[in-house]
Design a protein around this ligand. Structure first.
Ligand code: NAP
Length: 248
C-alpha cells in the first residue's frame, strides 16, 4: 500500500520542506496552499522529478467546505490517506494584548486551531480502524510560543498553539485504540518567511543569540522530526509534543 500524506501549508517554509522529504521517503504527497500556486507547483515538481507522486490543492484550511473538498480530492487521486501534517499557520502579526483586534484574533484562531481540528476530523474519519480504515499518523505543527507565551510579540499566536498542544494530547488518547497516532512538533526559531510576513525581516538574526545553540533552525531540520513521527520508527509514540528548538 502506498503511503499518502496531506501537508497543509506546503507551498513554503516548514510545510514545503516536509512535503519534499515525504516525497523522497516514498509518500504520495498532497501539497496544500492558500495563495502561492507557483510555489506549491514547484514543490510538487520537486517530488515528481525525484521519482515521487504529488498533487497540489488550493484550500483555506479555515474553511470547512475547502477542507472537505481537499480530502475528497486526495481520496480520488491517491486513495486512502495514511498521514496528515497539520502545518498551515499564521502569526497575525505582532500586537500587545492591549491592542489586539478582534478580526485578527478570529483569523489566527480560525487558521491555527479550527483548521487543525477540521483537517484532523477528516483524517480520523478516513484512518480510524473503527470505520474500516487502516490507521495512520497525524503530526501537528505547534510552536514554542505555546510554552513561552509570546509576550510583547504575539500572545494571541502562542495561545492558538496552546490549543494545538491540547488537541494533540486529547486526540491522541481519543484515537489511540483506532490505529491512529497523533503527535506534534514544537519548532523554535526557524528560518522561513513567517518572520518577515509578521513585519520582522531580521527577527532570526536578532533572536538567534538567545537560543542555546546560537542559531535558528532550518525547515529541513523540522521536517526530519515530522517524518520520524509519521514513520513506523515512532510506532509506540503518541500524544507527545517534540521541541525542535535548539535547546530552548
Ligand atoms: P510560512 O513560511 O509563512 O508558510 C506558511 C504556509 O502556510 C504557506 O505555505 C502558506 O500558503 C500556508 N498557509 C497560510 N495560511 C493558510 C491557510 N489558511 N490555508 C492553507 N494554507 C495556509 O510559515 P512557516 O514558518 O513554514 O510555518 C509553518 C508552521 O510552523 C506554522 O504553523 C507556524 O505557526 C509554525 N511555526 C513556525 C516557526 C518559525 O520560526 N518559522 C516557529 C514555530 C512554529 P501560501 O504560500 O499559499 O500563502
Amino acid at each position: 500500500m502506498t503511503n499518502v500524506v496531506l501537508v497543509t501549508g506546503a507551498s513554503r517554509g516548514i510545510g514545503a520542506a516536509t512535503a519534499r522529504l515525504a516525497g523522497a521517503r516514498g509518500y504520495a504527497v498532497c501539497v496544500n496552499y492558500l495563495a502561492s500556486p507557483d510555489a506549491a507547483k514547484a514543490v510538487a515538481r520537486h517530488v515528481e522529478e525525484a521519482g515521487g507522486k504529488a498533487m497540489t490543492f488550493q484550500a483555506d484550511t479555515a474553511s470547512e467546505d475547502d477542507v472537505v473538498r481537499m480530502f475528497a480530492a486526495v481520496d480520488e487521486r491517491f486513495g486512502p490517506l495514511t498521514a496528515l501534517v497539520n502545518n498551515a499557520g499564521i502569526t497575525g502579526g505582532a500586537h500587545a494584548v492591549a491592542d489586539v483586534d478582534c478580526e485578527m484574533l478570529r483569523r489566527v484562531f480560525d487558521v491555527n486551531v479550527v483548521g487543525c481540528f477540521l483537517c484532523a476530523r477528516e483524517a480520523v474519519r478516513r484512518m480510524s480502524t473503527k470505520n474500516g480504515g487502516a490507521g495512520g499518523a497525524i503530526v501537528n505543527v505547534s510552536s514554542m510560543a505555546s510554552r513561552i507565551g509570546g509576550a510583547g510579540e504575539w500572545v494571541h499566536y502562542g495561545a492558538s498553539k496552546g490549543a494545538v498542544d491540547t488537541l494533540t494530547i486529547g486526540l491522541a488518547r481519543e484515537v489511540a485504540d483506532q490505529g491512529i497516532r497523533v503527535n506534534a512538533v514544537s519548532p523554535g526559531l526557524i528560518d522561513t518567511d513567517i518572520h518577515a510576513a509578521a513585519g520582522f525581516p531580521d527577527r532570526l538574526e536578532k533572536l538567534a543569540p538567545n537560543v542555546p545553540m546560537k542559531r535558528g533552525g532550518s525547515p529541513e531540520e523540522v521536517a526530519e522530526t515530522v517524518l520520524w513521527l509519521m514513520s513506523e520508527a515512532a510506532s509506540y509514540v503518541t500524544g507527545v509534543i517534540v521541541p525542535v528548538s535548539g535547546g530552548r
